[in-house]
Write a protein that binds this ligand. Structure first.
Ligand code: ZN
Length: 549
């Protein structure tokens, strides 16, 4: 007798086949039948025409710290995510010596928008090395499957200590880093992740350590993937990192290279397409490269207490280390404002979050452009004066990037793109795109018809599974793991964002509820139903440590 069967579903297999009516049987955490069920089962669910797909693989999350206090990785499983890849951009919490814990947490507060009180109250530090971190997650249990990168910034801090964000590494230091990366990949990391992005600053505005790496260091460390014969290299790219350099790396290590973050920018609308084209040309020469794109408009809610939106600007740098009255005094200064204004007005070579689109920055229901015109003032002055008059508590909401649906649609369909960049677990008060998969199905498939249902499902499931070498997942096939999502294609979506105060120590974050999701299973165990997360007697997820070479 097998475990359960879902009958009469519209099966979307994850491989891109046309959806077809049928049943799907599960036993021992695996799919035992697809099509017409002939075996006998202890339990049967009538899907009544709802669609059944493989669970979503979210390949860009930052759940590293959260998983140590929240094995559910809330809110992802309820949003259909059955596998999460952590440690993106290289911002991991392992390896970490006890003496560096505070530093790692402080950096995460700045670079990933996590509150320090939350991290201090929540993070459990029962590990020092990368393998020990995976072992700890395994012992503690996880609700969904988790695969983790070795993170460059943490490796650098481990080897170089306080110098990590300050200088290039010596050959001896690089050699030590290589040992850690190799050990991490051999003990079950999914690859190696780094960032050269100017948006990535640590505590007090100091660059994240990986930004100090020279090209030789990047070549050496990615060489570990060639040596191990497995793993993916992911990089969040700064403006000075060229696709041709990354192609070189891809050629040297022979491994897939994921280039983030290709977010469309209305002010330089060609940039992401030029990059996709360069990636296509590299692939034509035999590389395996993908541009990480997002199906969500990048919107951020912020106050001037922590304006991530501006913090990547060079001219904003002096503000990063200031607090209280000194910070307010700087915000009032004309020279500071002029420099910020000039930088925003100049063209940007790389991904810049804010590009002077004041008509897309809201204070309440009014745009800053409107308010500025009305007051006969410059928009930056308008925003800063408004915030200063309200003790910096004014809440702004900015639609920053990826808002041109025609352009984003073309990027989502590009064969050289990877649907990615949810950033789940990070930027907790700024935005929450953990429901990106539901948004792809609701917005881009149903409302806009830009992607077919089967292609969208493929891009959320077997495509990332293949790229990351995750065996036995991302497809509805006999013998595969029973990671599943049952949903209604006529209503599926993510609901409106709302604020909840559920983090350790009472921290706030934004979440979006699922819409049209009827069931989510991880390794054959139901983790969520129509009313959200199910009660779990045990954690059904696995820490994935074996990958295809
Ligand atoms: Zn990231």
């Amino acid at each position: 007798m097998h475990d359960f069967v879902i009958r009469n579903a519209l099966l979307v297999d994850g491989l891109g086949s046309a959806p077809a009516r049928g049943d799907l049987g599960v036993s021992g955490g695996k799919i035992v039948e697809v099509g017409k069920a002939k075996e006998s089962y202890r339990e049967a669910v009538d899907a009544d025409g709802l669609a059944l797909m493989p669970g979503i693989i979210d390949n860009h999350t930052h759940y590293d710290a959260q998983l140590t206090w929240d094995p559910l990785a809330s809110p992802s499983p309820a949003l259909g995510v059955t596998t999460a890849i952590i440690g993106n951009c290289g911002f991991t919490i392992a390896p970490c010596r006890p003496a560096d814990r505070e530093l790692i947490m402080r950096n995460l507060t700045q670079v990933e928008g996590m509150a320090l009180e939350v991290l201090r109250a929540g993070t459990r530090w029962g590990f020092e090395t990368v393998p020990e971190f995976f072992d700890m997650l395994e012992r503690q249990g996880v609700a969904l499957n988790v695969a983790g990168f070795v993170g460059h910034s943490s490796v650098r801090t481990y080897v170089m200590g306080e110098d990590a964000p300050r200088r290039a590494a010596t050959p001896a230091e690089v050699a030590k880093m290589k040992e850690i990366v190799l050990d991490g990949v051999r003990s079950g990391a999914v690859g190696f992740a780094t960032s050269t992005s100017g948006n990535h600053n640590g505590y007090g505005g100091i660059p994240m350590p990986s930004r100090l790496a020279d090209e030789a260091e990047l070549r050496e460390l990615t060489g570990c993937l060639a040596e191990a014969g497995r793993g993916v290299f992911m990089l969040t790219k700064g403006s000075h990192t060229s696709i041709s350099f990354l192609e070189d790396i891809a050629a040297n290590c022979g491994r897939p290279v994921i280039v983030a973050a290709l977010l469309h920018n209305n002010v330089s609308p060609r940039a992401t397409f030029d990059e996709l084209q360069a990636i296509a040309a590299a692939n034509a020469r035999g590389r395996r490269m993908l541009g990480a794109v997002s199906c969500c408009p990048l919107t951020m809610d912020f106050t001037l207490h922590s304006p991530y939106v501006f913090e990547g600007l060079k001219a904003w740098k002096p503000a990063l280390s200031l607090k209280g009255e000194a910070y307010k005094a700087l915000l009032k200064k004309k020279t500071f404002r002029d420099e910020v204004r000039n930088e925003i007005a100049a063209p940007s070579a790389g991904v810049r979050l804010f590009n002077g689109e004041w008509d897309k920055v809201y204070a309440g229901l009014r745009t800053i452009e409107d308010l500025a015109r009305e007051a006969g003032k410059d928009p930056l002055d308008t925003l800063l004066d408004l915030a200063l008059s309200e003790n910096l508590d004014t809440e702004f909401s900015a639609l920053l990037l990826n808002s041109d649906e025609d352009a984003v649609g073309r990027m989502l369909r590009d064969p050289n793109s990877l649907v990615s960049l949810s950033d789940a677990g990070a930027h907790l008060t700024l935005f929450n795109d953990a429901g990106f998969g539901l948004h792809l199905l609701g917005h881009w498939v149903r409302k806009l018809g830009i992607l077919s249902l089967e292609e969208a499902v493929r891009r959320l499931t077997s495509h990332p599974a293949t790229v990351f070498g995750i065996p036995g997942r991302g497809k509805l096939e006999k013998g595969s793991f029973a990671d599943l999502m049952l949903f209604d294609p006529a209503t599926v979506d993510r609901g409106p964002k709302r604020r909840v105060q559920d983090l350790p120590g009472g921290g706030m974050r934004l979440i979006t509820p699922p819409v049209g999701v009827h069931g989510v299973w991880v390794n054959g165990v139901k983790v969520a139903g129509e009313k959200g997360m199910a009660k779990l007697d045990r954690m059904p997820g696995r820490v994935l440590r074996e990958f295809d070479s």
